[in-house]
Design a protein around this ligand. Structure first.
Ligand code: GMT
Length: 377
């Protein structure tokens, strides 16, 4: 296919949408496209030199008349500048608000027929979509984009239910770079984290926001630890952290829980884990479950959003009712104690990621979308 000049805008330092946007840019660059990240700061996973990846920083005026810094206007202006100077073919923006609306304004400002692809990631619909001050702008951003994708079938359906746009929304699943997310030998970490060699290791990774229900993870872990010797790795940080710490103390679990904070190189932590718990009340996809599965870790998730599209109940893990701690603890323990089943689920997880969520497969889907758009004129 023709090599394209693609502008990518995302929240560069926050959460899964920034990770997916950055990884997409890197894989597109490896395929020969020229990538221009346009955002407020350098995407945090952009950790290597690429000759065909450029970063354009959005500078927001701090002029004292402005009660609120005009980020959206500054972003649109920067997008328009880059569209014109670099002669971009298309803008791929991640997260509807404000990025899709900024892209539309930038296109008008530039006067060029740049194409706009918008990817919906979750909370831009499932949280902000219920905010009456934003819903009309989200609908506008979706309807005026050339192509709109969402990261799961569930998110496509929720977008129609909550926002009701007159626009086709395609599912393009998230992906992982399987060169990074694979089982590695990091067994030394068990000793370093003072984990008993016979312990089952359970992991949870999130931004500790209330929707992640990290307190449910701790409660479920207590039920699991009553049936076997186990350690819980809590990875990440966020607003719920103090409630989680308090609960760990109250339940007498201090010796069995390791608070690791924010971490890079997660494949090393997944590789010493036996089970991942993702018990969110909202989750459009659940990128961390995919990362864990790629490293051969079966997952227990809630029957929420896109989680059941990632974790296949009874094949790669277990799907439980949201907030049903007894069910979660019981089914998790049963899986951990059944060695043969656990081994099979671990192998199935790796195969599922390879067959459905490989970087190569998903990036080709995006390339096809770009190609069709450019050819449509
Ligand atoms: O998980 C978060 O709260 C961060 C959020 C984001 O916008 O980065 O994640 C959303 O996008 C990820 C990448 O597509 C998905 O894997 C997450 O499931 C989704 N989070 C929610 O829907 C709560």
């Amino acid at each position: 296919m023709k090599k394209l000049k693609i502008g990518i805008t995302c929240y560069p330092t926050v959460g899964g949408s920034g990770v997916v946007a950055t990884e997409l840019g890197k894989l597109l660059a490896e395929k020969g496209h020229e990538i221009h990240f346009i955002s407020s700061s350098m995407p945090f996973r952009l950790n290597k030199m690429y000759h065909n990846i450029f970063f354009h920083q959005v500078e927001v005026s701090q002029y004292s008349v402005f009660q609120y810094p005009p980020y959206d206007i500054a972003l649109s202006s920067k997008m328009a500048e880059v569209i014109n100077r670099e002669e971009l073919d298309l803008l791929h923006v991640h997260y509807a608000i404000p990025h899709a609306v900024c892209a539309i304004l930038a296109k008008q400002m530039s006067g060029r027929d740049v194409k706009i692809v918008t990817t919906l990631h979750g909370t831009d619909i499932t949280v902000l979509g219920y905010d009456s001050s934003l819903a009309d702008s989200i609908r506008f951003g979706i309807e005026k984009s050339d192509v709109v994708t969402a990261v799961s079938e569930s998110l496509v359906n929720q977008s129609y239910d909550v926002i009701g746009p007159k626009k086709d929304i395609k599912t393009v699943y998230n992906f992982i770079d399987e060169r990074v997310y694979r089982k590695v030998d990091s067994s030394h970490l068990k000793k370093e984290f003072a984990i008993h060699p016979d312990d089952k290791v359970i992991i949870h990774v999130s931004n500790f926001r209330p929707v992640k229900r990290v307190t449910d993870v701790v409660k479920a872990f207590k039920g699991i630890a009553e049936k076997m010797s186990a350690t819980l790795l809590l990875v990440g940080d966020g607003p719920e952290m103090s409630n989680v710490c308090k609960l760990v103390d109250e339940l007498g679990l201090k010796g069995q829980v390791r608070f690791l904070g924010k971490q890079e190189n997660l494949e090393e932590l997944y590789s010493i884990s036996d089970l991942m718990l993702l018990l969110s009340e909202k989750e459009s996809f659940g990128l961390v479950a995919l990362e864990a599965m790629a490293c051969g870790v079966p997952c227990v998730g809630t029957n929420v959003g896109g989680i059941p599209e990632v974790i296949v109940d009874g094949e790669t893990g277990v799907i439980c009712e949201l907030g049903n701690i007894d069910e979660i603890a019981e089914k998790s323990a049963a899986l951990l104690l059944d060695e043969q089943k656990h081994r099979q689920f671990a192998a199935n997880s790796v195969i599922r990621v390879r067959d459905h969520f490989r970087g190569e497969t998903i990036v080709s889907q995006y390339e096809k979308i770009y190609e069709e758009l450019i050819l449509s004129g």
